[in-house]
Design a protein around this ligand. Structure first.
Ligand code: NAD
Ligand code: WQD
Length: 340
């Protein structure tokens, strides 16, 4: 019998790519998403890309315990991957209650329903933002955590809840993955990042400049203590993030309890390096101007990716060129994102 994985937030950027990866490896996949930040159309793209349908999809809010319980009752769920959350740092400052409710209360609701149905295997989406303004990089899982905004606090709080639940329930197995900066798209160009409105993040903004939707990039500061003065991040191809989740599911039974892993490449890239790489991949130079620093930004966030490599004998394989090439292909084929 193939394993069934329930994916919350499965229509979103990382969730959709992970569903394709799971389908490609023979898993049955059930999606729960309320589509607050995704188009239902993304679900058709998942099936088209994978060449196989999802077992089922439900337009359900993870905070709605009764509706969620009906989904678990309808399927024999072996494991859950919990992506559903709000993720915009700036918005979280303006809407903290919404963020704590969706991200923390949503995770609690999911845990309660999982327990009710005897499901105790979970992969959780955490974030490098829990490290805050790091003193030095690369960051290991033992580096100090110091969230600097409500979004990052919600992720750390969820980790705390999961750790406590694991301490209480011997059968619980949880892997929390702290992703660094996921970018790129499926190489087919069918799936990718489809932000609504003005993109907050660098790569989708650059892609929209390249395709002519925006005039020029604003580079947020060139006076950081980095080689060229612009912010350094650990960009990771979304296909590597998706693969990492499939591998995590395979390793859920390695040991009971709560474990946390970084999901990054270990390589730092500055804003100007990414701009140059994207210009090369697209054949279109990216016009930019340097403006003030963005409040709350930090100089550098780069993962030490050694723990995952040691535990799962797995590493990322796709470089910055592949990230830019695939993001550009999706942008060209879908200049206005998915049809909404
Ligand atoms: P996304 O917004 O594209 O996907 C999240 C999905 O969850 C969306 O489809 C949205 O409609 C759904 N959702 C939100 N609230 C819901 C609710 N209450 N009930 C059901 N569905 C709900 O975001 P993403 O980039 O794919 O991120 C996925 C996860 O990874 C999030 O938990 C995010 O915090 C985490 N993460 C993302 C990044 C990143 O840079 N993209 C980095 C680190 C961690
Ligand atoms: C990258 C670099 C900017 C836009 C965010 C979240 C974090 C995590 C990953 C969820 C920085 C610069 C950006 C622009 C720019 N997500 N930049 N002009 O801020 O590292 O991380 O995504 O968990 O929590 O905060 O990513 O892509 O916004 O920025 O110069 O228009 O690009 O200053 O140096 P960030 P980003």
């Amino acid at each position: 019998m193939p394993e069934t994985v329930l994916v919350t937030g499965g229509a979103g950027f990382i969730g959709s790519h992970t569903c394709v990866e799971l389908l490609a490896h023979g898993y049955e996949v059930v999606v729960v998403d309320n589509h607050v930040n995704s188009a239902p159309h993304a679900l058709d793209r998942i099936a088209k890309t994978a060449g196989r349908p999802l077992a089922a999809s439900y337009q359900v809010d993870v905070r709605d315990r009764q509706a969620l319980s009906r989904v678990f009752a309808a399927h024999r769920v072996d494991a859950v991957i919990h992506f559903a959350a709000h993720k915009a740092v700036g918005e979280s400052v303006a809407l903290p209650v919404e963020y704590y409710d969706t991200n923390v209360a949503g995770t609690c609701a999911l845990l309660a329903v999982m327990h009710e149905h005897g499901v105790h295997r979970l992969v959780f989406s955490s974030s490098c933002s829990v490290y805050g303004d790091a003193d030095s990089v690369p960051l290991t899982e033992h580096s100090p955590v110091a969230p600097t905004n409500p979004y990052a606090h919600t992720k750390l709080m969820c980790e705390r809840v999961l750790e406590d639940v694991c301490a209480h329930l011997a059968e619980m197995k949880v892997l929390a993955l702290r992703y660094f900066n996921p970018v790129g798209a499926h190489p087919s160009g069918l799936l990718g990042e489809d932000p609504q409105g003005v993109p907050n993040n660098l790569m989708p903004y650059v892609a929209q400049v390249a395709v002519g939707r925006r005039e020029r990039l604003s580079v947020f500061g060139d006076d950081y203590a980095t080689a060229d003065g612009t912010g350094v991040r650990d960009y990771i191809h979304v296909m590597d993030v998706a693969e990492g989740h499939r591998v995590a599911v395979e390793h859920l039974d390695d040991r009971a309890g709560f474990q946390v892993f970084n999901l990054g490449t270990g390589t730092g890239t500055s804003v100007l390096q990414l701009v140059a790489a994207f210009g090369e991949a697209s054949g279109r130079p990216i016009p930019y101007q340097v403006v003030d620093r963005r409040p709350g930004d930090v100089a550098a966030l780069v993962a030490d990716a050694g723990a995952v490599a040691a535990a799962w004998n797995w590493t990322t394989t796709r470089d910055l060129t592949a990230m830019c090439r695939d993001a550009w292909r999706f942008q060209q084929l879908n200049p206005h994102g998915y049809a909404r």
